[in-house]
Design a protein around this ligand. Sequence first.
Ligand SMILES: Cc1cc2nc3c(=O)[nH]c(=O)nc-3n(C[C@H](O)[C@H](O)[C@H](O)COP(=O)(O)OP(=O)(O)OC[C@H]3O[C@@H](n4cnc5c(N)ncnc54)[C@H](O)[C@@H]3O)c2cc1C
Length: 426
Amino acid sequence: MSNSFASVSNRAHATPLKLTELDFSLSARGAQVRDQLAAFLDECVMPQEQALSAQMDALNGPEPFAPLMLELRAEARQRGLWNLFLADPVHGAGLSNVDYGHVCELIGRSPWAPMVFNCNYPDSGNMELLLDHATAKQRTELLDPLFAGDIRSCFAMTEPEVASSDPTGIRTTARLDGDEWVIDGHKWFISFAIGAKFCLTIVGTDPDNEAHQRFSLIAVPMDAKGLEVVRRVPIFGHAGGPGHAELRFSNVRVPADALIAKRGMGFQLAQDRLGPGRIHHAMRALGMAERALELGCERALSRKLKDGVLADTQMIRDFIAISRMELDAARLLVLRAARTIDLYGKHKSYRDISIAKVFIAQRAQEIIDRSIQIHGAKGISDDTPLAELYVNIRGLLRIGDGPDEVHKLTIAKQELKRFTHPASKV
Ligand SMILES: Cc1cc2nc3c(=O)[nH]c(=O)nc-3n(C[C@H](O)[C@H](O)[C@H](O)COP(=O)(O)OP(=O)(O)OC[C@H]3O[C@@H](n4cnc5c(N)ncnc54)[C@H](O)[C@@H]3O)c2cc1C
C-alpha cells in the first residue's frame, strides 16, 4: 500500500542526536566542579538564602550588587566557581553543556545562586554574545568587566506596544547622525535593568531591508542622557530588586561604534543569544522543581493528621509520584538538548532546546504548584521558597525567552517538515 506522506526512512527523529550518543555522564572535571559547588551551596549560600533575597530585593541602583551578594561572589570566584556556563576555558570553567546541565541544576535550587557564580541571565547571554562579536574596544569596556563580575548588564528587546513574541514588529529606532546613533523608543520587562551598567538594545535601523535584517544591536550606557527608567514593572504584586524595568529612550545619543557586530544583524544576534540562554533556564528549572518536590515530601512526612501523616494519604502520594515522573522525564529532555549542543552546535539544536524548555517550564510549574498545595497556607507564604520559585517559573520560563506557544509552533513546524504533501505550505 502506498503512503502519500513519507517513506518509513523519512520518519527518523528530527534531532540530529543518535540513540548511541545519549551519554549524559559527567566528565572528571564536571564532577569536581559539581562537588565543590554543592559544598559551597550547602555551606555558604543556602543558610543565608533569605538574607540574600531580602538584600537583593532592597537594591535600588546604581550599585549592581547587595553587600552579602558581593561577599558570596568574592568567595565563589576565589574557589574557581565562576562563569561556569562558559565552555571557553580561559574565562569560563571549560565545561561541556552536559556537565553544565548537572551543575546548573544545583545552582537553580536557590533563586539568587546563579548571580553568586556570575552565571545569571541576562549577563551570561550577553557575555556569550559579546565573546563572539565584540570589537577590541567593546571587549575592554563591556565584556572584561562582566567576566570579572565588576558590573551587570541588561538586554532590551520587548516593547509594550507590540506583540514582542514576533520581534520583527519592534518600533524602537536608531538613526545615524554624523558619528552618533540617535535612539528613540520604548521597552519594558527589561530584567536586571536597575544597577546595570549598559543595555544591549534591539533597534530598527534599516526599515527597507527584508524583515529579519531591519534590526541592529546597540550597547547603550544606562546613564546615557535621554534614557529614562520609567518604573520597575511590578510582577505578581512584587516590585523590588533589580526589576523588570520599563525604559524610555528619547533622543539618546551613543557613538557609532556602540553597534555590536554588523548593521542589520540584530535579529540574528538575539536568536543566537537566546538559544543557549533557554537551555540554561531549563537546567535551572530542574533544580527549582527538584527542590520543590523535596520540600513537598518533607512536609508530607512531617504534617500530622488525626491518623498518621499527610504522606499516608493516597492523594498526596499521587502528587509525589506524578511529580517524580515528570521531573525525571524533563531532566532527560534537558540533558538531551545539552548533548545535542555539545555534539552538533547550537544552531542544529534549536528544536531540542525548544522541546526541553516548554516541557520543563510546564512540568516545573505543576510540580511547584503541587508542593504549594501540600503545604497548605504556608505554601503561598514567603516562609518557604516555593512562592518565589513559582513566580520565577510562571513568568520567566513560560513567557520570557519566547512563550510556550511560539516554541510549540517551531517544534510542530520541524515535525511536519519531515513529511511532504501537495496541499501543504509548511
Ligand atoms: C519574567 C520576565 C522577564 C523578561 N525579561 C526580558 C528581558 O530582560 N528583556 C526583554 O527584552 N524581554 C523580556 N521579557 C519579555 C518577554 O521576552 C516577552 O514577554 C515575550 O517575548 C512575549 O512577548 P509579549 O509579552 O509582547 O507577548 P505577545 O507577543 O503579545 O504574546 C502574548 C501571548 O500570545 C500568544 N502568542 C503569541 N504569538 C503567538 C503565535 N504566533 N501563535 C500562538 N500564540 C501566540 C502566547 O500565548 C503569548 O504568551 C521578559 C518577560 C518576563 C515574563
